[in-house]
Write a protein that binds this ligand. Structure first.
Ligand code: 3UK
Length: 536
């Protein structure tokens, strides 16, 4: 195993030191240009100084709401370097979601993409927050004028400050950044991670399992605000001196193909060697008419996470490109992947074996580890993980923190079996959460939005399995007597009032929902209907 980081440890300073010997090498290639390791070093330290000049102090929090670009990386590492805590959030949420996060995290400033400024301005208008400054990346600051805050343009703001000459002397276990994780009920949970957690995931998984090296050019369809993307495209590659492709737009097949083939102005023929995505993305690419030929890409390795990778997708991808997809399970709480397949030894349809440095237990209903069967396999139970990258807590939520972070062990919320070869096989979640395109969706949140439509009397949402073996949401809707609405209208309503990725992919109108004598919706009956429908 790699050595433990020193007690005083600043992950941003650690990355800058590690890469100090090759300032000319490209670190980040985004949609508009390229940033060398030397330029990254300077911009991160300017950003730290500029944050201090805004009055930000150690441990204070800053909202990081940006599309993927080199500015995202500079902002994140600049915060860490200054000991300021970035709260990196999903760019696809609503103004209401951001208004909650601003208050819950008590952020003092926000770093935002110009394109997202109007949404942030709406959130700021709701009040109750402590934001005094907003720094705008890539575009005009006059798109919207949030009242009562000082506005700065990112580039000019950096240029106006000299590089900080020393990093904050942080402890390795000190809060470094937050990510939000959704639960089936209640508000999203502010998951607090440390400087050392970034080090451990990069060493144990990025280097240990993926074997990333300085000559790699990596590209992640999963964005930086996801824990998966943050490791994929920031902490892992920068830990080994590799180069990263960053893309602001949505990872459509066409946009991903352009990067994989090096066919963009800033890539100019350079092709990624490592690609990371979620299973739904791989399925979408395989089904796309413009899927590039094997000799048009330069891949040596692909990674998948977010939801279980169906065997067929892995096999079809490997047959087409001659490159395996390494499926592994990770979580926001553990920061990255703790159980994974290995390059050269992939068993499709499984999550592989524990990543060295992590320990797994499958526990029974009595809470104890289940005894293996004579052949070494373990029947289905609750998966627990122990390892050095677990979050400290959910902010201001003792109850849910206690349920999840149980001493050295973290409760994953997943059901798993283990086969006779010691490989772990996903068997569903033990809460109601669904993973759609690798992203959490709460069926209850979708239902609450459906019943706000004037024509909807009641609604129930379940996960259904599509032809690729992937989970999609389906809503069973009962309309009010005399009311009418089309499926498209109801989906549009959801996209308008919810983060758009949460909209139900299918709608079925039914005269009533199956209920218990006490009026509780019987979701298992809906799943039975669905099974019968697919069989027929
Ligand atoms: C599910 C998987 C089967 C599982 C994540 C890699 O997905 C990530 O984090 P989230 O907090 O969700 C965690 C939950 O998603 N899941 C993820 N990967 C797999 N199920 N096979 C998989 N390969 O329910 C897990 O508990 O959004 C993934 C790295 C960092 C991450 N945060």
């Amino acid at each position: 195993l790699p050595p433990a980081p020193p007690e005083r440890f600043n992950f941003a300073a650690h990355l800058l030191t590690r890469n100090a010997a090759h300032p000319e090498r490209p670190a980040l290639i985004d949609d508009v240009g390229e940033l060398s390791y030397g330029a990254l070093h300077e911009r991160v330290r300017r950003c730290a100084q500029a944050l201090r000049a805004l009055g930000l102090r150690r441990e204070e929090r800053v909202l990081l709401l940006m599309h993927d670009s080199s500015d995202w990386v500079v902002a994140f590492l600049g915060c860490l370097y200054a000991g300021v805590v970035p709260v990196a959030v999903n760019t696809l949420l609503t103004a209401d979601d951001y208004a909650y996060q601003l208050r819950h995290a008590r952020v003092q400033a926000a770093l935002v993409s110009a394109a997202l400024l109007p949404t942030l301005a709406q959130a700021l208008q709701q009040g109750g927050h402590e934001v005094h400054s907003v720094v705008v990346s890539r575009g005009s600051t006059d798109a919207a004028q949030p009242g009562g805050v000082a506005l700065h343009a990112f580039d000019a703001w950096l240029d106006a400050h000299p590089p900080a000459n020393a990093a904050a002397d942080t402890h390795g276990d000190e809060p470094a950044f937050w990510l939000y994780s959704s639960g089936s009920t209640g508000r999203p949970k502010g998951t607090v991670h440390t400087h050392a957690n970034l080090y451990w995931t990069a060493e144990l998984y990025g280097r240990g399992v993926l074997g990333l090296q300085a000559h790699d050019l990596v590209f992640s369809a999963a964005k930086l605000f996801f824990a998966y993307g943050l490791g994929n495209a920031l902490s892992f590659p920068l830990s080994v001196g590799a180069s990263v492709v960053l893309m602001a737009e949505r990872p459509t097949p066409t946009a991903v193909f352009a990067r994989l083939t090096g066919n963009t102005p800033t890539l100019a023929g350079r092709r990624p060697t490592v690609f990371y995505g979620a299973p739904t993305g791989y399925a979408g690419m395989l089904a796309h008419p413009e899927l590039p030929e094997r000799h048009h890409v330069g891949l040596r390795l692909c990674s998948s996470a977010g939801e279980a990778l169906p065997r067929d997708i892995g096999e079809r991808w490997a047959a087409h490109f001659g490159v395996d997809i390494i499926d592994g399970i990770g979580s926001t709480e553990m920061l990255h992947i703790y159980c994974s397949n290995r390059p050269g030894a992939v068993a499709y349809g499984t999550s592989g074996t524990p990543v060295p440095g992590y320990e797994l237990e499958i526990r029974g209903e009595d809470g104890l580890p289940m005894a293996p069967n004579p052949d070494g396999s373990i029947d289905v139970g609750d998966l627990y993980v122990r390892g050095p990258s677990a979050a400290l807590m959910y902010w201001n939520d003792r109850e849910r923190s206690r349920q999840t972070f149980q001493g050295a062990w973290t409760r994953t919320g997943d059901k798993y079996t283990r086969d006779a070869h010691g490989r772990y096989i996903y068997a569903g979640r033990n809460d109601d959460m669904l993973k759609v395109s690798g992203i959490y969706v709460s069926p209850f949140e979708v239902e609450a939005t459906l019943v706000r439509h004037p024509a909807v009397l009641e609604a129930a949402v379940i996960g259904i399995t599509d032809a690729d073996g992937l989970t999609k949401t389906k809503a069973y809707v009962v309309l009010r007597p005399g009311a009418s609405a089309t499926a498209e209208e109801i989906q549009a309503h959801c996209k308008q009032h919810l983060a758009p990725f949460k909209y139900p992919r299918a709608i079925a109108f039914v005269p009533e929902l199956p209920k218990t004598a006490t009026g509780k919706i019987q979701r298992f009956r809906l799943r039975e209907w669905e099974a019968q429908r697919t069989a027929a």
